[in-house]
Design a protein around this ligand. Structure first.
Ligand code: SF4
Length: 114
């Protein structure tokens, strides 16, 4: 549910591959979400990704589709969208839909980073 709502909100489609949440199934099942390690920010050669203390933003005009941020994200929750631009977790700009839609209330926001 969280993968689907994330892709719907951000890309207008239901596709887990275009989600900022990754559910790993099977023996090592877990859920990968952005931990705000900011590896994407430091790996971007054009400084297209910025962090405002609460969420990440991409300047689409500055993004050159190199994929560095995708490769460097340890959680695997950044992807290039259908225009080749980096899609980074924006936490629905402070009101994450995954938190709202999880029927089991398994996802929460743990405070804000300065
Ligand atoms: Fe920066 Fe775009 Fe490259 Fe990501 S894909 S590192 S946002 S230029």
């Amino acid at each position: 549910m969280c993968e689907l709502i994330c892709s719907a909100v951000h890309q207008g489609i239901f596709n887990p591959r275009e989600s900022h949440i990754t559910i790993l199934r099977g023996e090592n099942k877990t859920i990968n979400v952005c931990t705000l390690c900011l590896s994407c920010v430091s790996s971007c050669v054009t400084e297209a990704i910025t962090f405002n203390g609460k969420w990440l933003t991409v300047d689409r005009d500055s993004c050159i589709s190199c994929g560095n941020c995708v490769d460097e994200c340890p959680e695997g929750v950044i992807y290039l969208d259908n225009e080749g631009k980096a899609a980074v977790p924006d936490f629905c700009q402070g009101n994450p839909s995954c938190v709202e839609w999880c029927p089991h209330h398994a996802i929460s926001v743990q405070g804000e980073t300065e």
